[in-house]
Design a binder for this molecule. Structure first.
Ligand SMILES: Nc1nc2c(ncn2[C@@H]2O[C@H](COP(=O)(O)OP(=O)(O)OP(=O)(O)O)[C@@H](O)[C@H]2O)c(=O)[nH]1
Length: 351
């Protein structure tokens, strides 16, 4: 598949697509599909994660795509890119722009908890603006979760409550992050449609539409499959429009992510992958965990097990052989709202 990049707003600048979306919505899956299908274009990726340990970068590096070699994938773990933009993002852009031959396009995967607006605003800084431009902001939303009302549930009720009580000016943190991501989007990718029937799809679309401040297209996707021509090469120079996109955090001088916790759980090798998946599912359900992901050693297996849980729904598969000399270790990143019970989660996962 070939995509023409000729946005009128480029002026020789490298276009950059920001992929945002709540934890586990399907950002990495979408990006993986994009890089597989953007053949012939030299790509670089910035992958940002909330926790200290990067999993998504490792997943993307595993793609082995010639147009996006491992060295072109920069991981920014250790916090959301919206907060570390000055320290981490600009050096990452510098590094990418030094790559020879020059890359044609940059993809940025923000962490699932990042607010896209401060990141896009960084593209207004003169040193950045002279060299790169935001081609478009893609918000990836979890169709399954939305169809079940798990994100942005009860919005109407909340609105009514807000209007009745002037002192309420914030949703719960999960909804706030989700709404800010959608508010900044030029295109919405509604994922996991393979798990939805017609009614579920309509419900998910309806929930998103209720949040859209502007006419923004909703593109349904199963397993990240979207024609790159739909998402890439929009040429919107979003940095020039971002101030018009209203979000919950507009009036905050400084925001933080204190509402969320993340930690790493080291496990011993497991003997049975299905049993581990069942344990993870039960833990996520009982302890209200938002996201668990990582790599695990299964005893006597030459392959590494990749584990991905979104809420209590768990996927696991052997993604590649452990490399010679690589430490076979089992590490899971756990993310939840502030106050999740770390000791109980560690106990349940290790049981
Ligand atoms: N069935 C199905 N599963 C999907 C789809 N898209 C993503 N997934 C699964 O959902 C889980 C999370 O997907 P990711 O692509 O890692 O999500 P993410 O948004 O990058 O997650 P974070 O970076 O942690 O916020 C994985 O198990 C994926 O395989 C889809 O369209 N259909």
């Amino acid at each position: 598949m070939s995509v023409d990049f000729a946005p009128a707003t480029d002026f020789g600048r490298v276009p950059c697509t920001v992929v945002t979306g709540f934890l586990g919505a399907g950002k990495t899956t979408l990006i993986r599909n994009l890089i597989e299908n953007l053949k012939g274009k030299r790509l670089a990726i910035i992958v940002n994660e909330f926790g200290d340990v990067g999993i998504d970068g490792d997943v993307l590096k595993g793609c082995g795509i010639e147009s996006c070699p491992e060295d072109n994938i920069i991981e920014l773990a250790n916090g959301c890119i919206c907060c570390t933009v000055a320290d981490d993002f600009v050096p990452a852009i510098d590094r990418i722009l030094a790559i020879e031959p020059r890359v044609d396009h940059i993809l940025i995967e923000t962490s699932g908890l990042a607010l896209p607006k401060p990141l896009v605003q960084a593209f207004q800084w003169p040193d950045v603006k002279a060299r790169v431009t935001v081609d478009g902001v893609i918000a990836v939303v979890d169709g399954l979760a939305l169809s079940e009302g798990r994100v942005a549930d009860d919005h109407d009720a909340l609105d009514a409550q807000r209007q009745a009580d002037g002192s309420i000016d914030h949703d719960d943190p999960v909804e706030e992050v989700f709404e800010d991501q959608v508010a900044c989007a030029d295109m919405i990718v509604l994922t996991k449609t393979d798990l939805l029937d017609q009614a579920g799809l309509a419900a998910a679309k309806g929930r998103i539409q209720a949040h859209l401040p502007r006419a923004v297209k909703i593109v349904p996707a199963a397993n990240g499959v979207v024609d790159p021509a739909v998402l890439i090469g929009l040429g919107l120079a979003v940095e020039d429009d971002i101030e018009n996109r209203k979000t919950h955090h507009d009036d905050e001088e400084d925001h933080d992510h204190d509402e969320f916790d993340s930690f790493v759980v080291d496990l011993a090798a497991v003997s049975n992958a299905d049993e581990l998946a069942a344990r993870i599912s039960a833990t996520a359900e009982a302890q209200n965990v938002l996201r668990i992901k990582g790599f695990v050693e299964v005893a006597d297996k030459p392959m590494r097990l990749q584990v991905q849980a979104v809420g209590s729904r768990v996927n696991h598969y052997f993604d590649r052989a452990w490399a010679p000399g690589e430490t076979r270790q089992s590490r899971l990143v756990v993310i939840g709202e502030k106050g999740i019970d770390r000791a109980a989660i560690e106990r349940m996962l290790a049981a």
